[in-house]
Structure formats: C-alpha cells, structure tokens
Design a protein around this ligand. Structure first.
Ligand SMILES: NC(=O)c1ccc[n+]([C@@H]2O[C@H](COP(=O)([O-])OP(=O)(O)OC[C@H]3O[C@@H](n4cnc5c(N)ncnc54)[C@H](OP(=O)(O)O)[C@@H]3O)[C@@H](O)[C@H]2O)c1
Length: 363
C-alpha cells in the first residue's frame, strides 16, 4: 500500500512511500474506510501542489513518514468503494465519487450522511472549502452510469468550473466586454468554457490563446472564434473591450497582454496556474480590474441561492453534454498505481503532455 508524495519546496520532486494509514484497527464510531479504485490527474492537480501552502491543499490528506512536514499529498478526484463502515445507512460495497489522496485508502471521520452525499467531518478538514469535503453516493443517482466514471473524474471538477466561469461572466453582463480571451486555451477547463461560450448566443466573441505547439490542435476543436498563440499577441484587436479568463497564471504573459490592450482590458479572472513556474510577479493589471476566481466559492454562493438540487440541475446537463462532446478528442491513458504516476509526474509538471491526453490512475 503505497502513497505518492510531493516535495512542498520543489513540487517537481516526488517519492513513493509505504502508507502508514491504519486500515486494520476496527473503526471508531462515525468512521468509514474507503478503498480508492481510480482517479484522474491533470494540470489541475499540479496546481493544487503549486498553491498547496497558500490555499491549504496540503491539509486534506496527511502524508506518512513526514515528521518534518516537508512532503505533501496532492488531492485527486476519483472513485472509491466503502470497505468498512461504522456509520448507519452506509454499507460496505457502496461506491463514492469525490476527493481522495494519491493513496489506496481514505478513512473518513465524523461522517455526516445525507441522502445522496457524505461529508467527511475529519477535524483537520473542517476549515477547508466544504465542496471538497462532500462526496457523492453515486448508487443513489437515478442516472448513474459506471461507463462514464473515467470521464466524470477527469472532467467533472474542470467542467463544473467552466460552468461557473460562464455563469459568473454572464451574471456580470460580461463586465461590459465584447470579447473574451481564454488563456491556456488547450486546457480542459478552458475547453469547457469554450463549449459554454459557443452555446451562448449572447456571449461576446472568444479568443483562445495558447502555445504555438498546441495552436493547431486548439483551432481544430473549432470552439473559439479565433485561436492565437502567445507569440502573436498583436493579432488581438486592442480596440475592443476585453475580459480575460486566465488559466495560466503566467505573469509576464498577462503583463504583455495588458500592455497591448491597455484600457480595453476591462476585467481579468485569475483562475489557474497551468504555467505555475511563471507566476507570482506583478502584471500591472490594476487591482480593481482583476479577481481571483475560486470555483468552490462560486458554487457555495449559488447553492445558497438555488439550493443543492437547483445548482445540480442547472450545471449537470452542461457537464454531461460537455463530457459527451469531449469523447471525440480525449485520449485516456491508463496508469497502473501511484508508481506509474510517479514515473510520469515530472512530465505533467513540465507541461509535456499533449492536451488531448488524460491520465487515469487505477489502483
Ligand atoms: N480556480 C478554480 O477554482 C479552478 C478550478 C478548476 C481548475 N482550475 C485551474 O485551471 C487550470 C487548468 O486545469 P486543467 O486540469 O483543465 O488543465 P489541463 O487540461 O491539464 O491543461 C493542459 C494545458 O495546460 C498548459 N500547461 C500545463 N502545464 C504546463 C507547463 N508546465 N508549462 C506550460 N504550459 C502548461 C498547456 O496549455 P497551453 O499550451 O494552452 O498553455 C497544456 O496543454 C489549472 O491551473 C487548474 O488548477 C482552477
């Protein structure tokens, strides 16, 4: 039983160690032991590591053999099966979708049981965003289809963000913009936003901004109205009021776009860090024209207004349709265990994977 750990001070470094999680002692009241079956891995998970200290991602799953706390575990989205439970109404064999460690087991504590959800109430998770502590009891879903498991764990956390981005943009009347620039346009979160913008007749025109090597592939998706590469920013019409949705976190790139657009840049949503090693510097974009966009906060805000069911019904059709549309381009590569993930992890960090490749790790 091994776990993959990441060196907090240099997230390109990883190690595989034997997990010290106790899975043999009988469970205390309120505990559930789950065996992780499989999970997805993408730049989103690298971002959890890059933002591990600032946003608390290292706190979800304590790492074994880690007295000096130099190592951390990256959370991942996947499926697990209950192997033991001391919680009423949850039995061994139940399948659960949610947030897991890169480890074979998760022991939930103080579990709150809802009709279609479980909430891990472990003390060390109590201050973390509730969306990450909430798990789906997929057997309770009328339309659950296990054939969609891979697509769901790879794309749900990303396309729900795409939905929220679209929702936020249209709710804010596009911040007055007449064009949307989506940076790191080949990322799956961007592609999901591209689907939403293309389907919305009221949306401004879209520009997918990507690297030279991914430009042809992105253009081939026929999703954005225009596809431009990072070395050709002058192709962007700087006279049009523009909103940026940035998945890259690339400070120099943002500074260059701002220098090109000037006052035409009306708003910038800072969403991701795919170019995580190029971040953290001043972009020059004024504070009142940029905001950090955090999907779990947006979801909580909407759940307060619409309720869980309301939010689910508004978002799930979009996510389902987007997953279906992705089937023609996505190329799933299956890896055997965290050991094979460790072999490829440095390449994921370095952005060496082609955008169509999606990793599924089976344990
Ligand atoms: N704020 C939130 O709530 C939230 C929620 C979900 C996702 N996100 C963020 O959205 C971003 C996209 O995640 P994803 O899983 O959709 O990504 P992904 O599909 O794995 O994206 C792959 C693309 O990212 C770029 N990339 C990745 N690593 C790179 C590197 N080291 N150097 C340069 N480019 C690199 C490349 O795109 P280009 O060539 O096009 O640049 C690559 O084709 C992540 O940062 C994620 O954390 C944020």
């Amino acid at each position: 039983m091994n776990e993959l750990q990441i060196l907090k001070s240099d997230i390109t470094q990883s190690r595989v160690v034997e997990s010290k999680l106790d899975i043999d002692t009988p469970l205390a009241a309120g505990e559930i032991l789950l065996k992780v079956d499989k999970f997805g891995f993408s730049a989103n998970n690298v971002t959890y590591a890059a933002a591990g200290d600032q946003l608390g991602y290292w706190q979800f799953f304590p790492a074994s053999n880690n007295e000096t706390e130099t190592w951390g575990i990256i959370p991942v989205w996947g499926f697990a099966d209950v192997v033991a439970s001391s919680v009423e109404a949850v039995d061994a064999g139940e399948r659960i979708f949610g947030y897991y460690p890169t480890n074979s087991y998760l022991k939930m504590q103080n579990v709150k049981v809802l009709e279609s959800r479980l909430v891990d109430g472990a003390e060390h998770r109590s201050k973390l965003p509730p969306g990450y502590n909430t798990y789906r009891r997929v057997g309770k879903e009328a339309d659950y289809d296990s054939n969609m498991d891979n697509m769901r764990m790879l794309l749900w956390p990303l396309y729900i963000t795409s939905f929220c981005l679209w929702d936020s943009l249209q709710h804010n009347d596009w911040h007055g913009a007449k064009q949307v620039i989506v940076i790191s346009a080949s990322s799956k979160t961007s592609i999901g936003l591209g689907y939403a913008l293309a389907a919305d007749t009221d949306a401004p025109t879209s520009i997918g901004l990507t690297s030279k090597r991914n430009q042809e592939w992105v253009a081939g998706l026929e999703l954005y109205d225009t596809t431009i590469n990072y070395d050709a920013l002058e192709e962007i019409d700087a006279s049009i009021p523009t909103v940026i949705v940035d998945m890259s976190g690339n400070s120099q790139l943002l500074a260059d776009i701002y220098a090109h657009l000037g006052d035409s840049l009306v708003h910038c949503l800072n969403v991701g860090l795919t170019h995580w090693s190029e971040g953290g510097k001043d972009t020059g974009i004024p504070a009142d024209r940029r905001e950090f966009f955090f999907a779990p906060s947006h979801i909580q805000m909407r759940i307060k207004e619409w309720g869980h069911e309301g939010f689910d019904s508004k978002s799930s059709q979009f996510i389902y349709d987007s997953c279906k549309r992705s089937a023609h381009w996505i190329k799933i590569e299956k890896l055997d265990g965290v050991e094979e993930l460790a072999d490829i992890y440095a390449d994921v960090c370095a952005g060496k994977l082609p955008p169509e490749k999606a990793l599924v790790i089976e344990l």
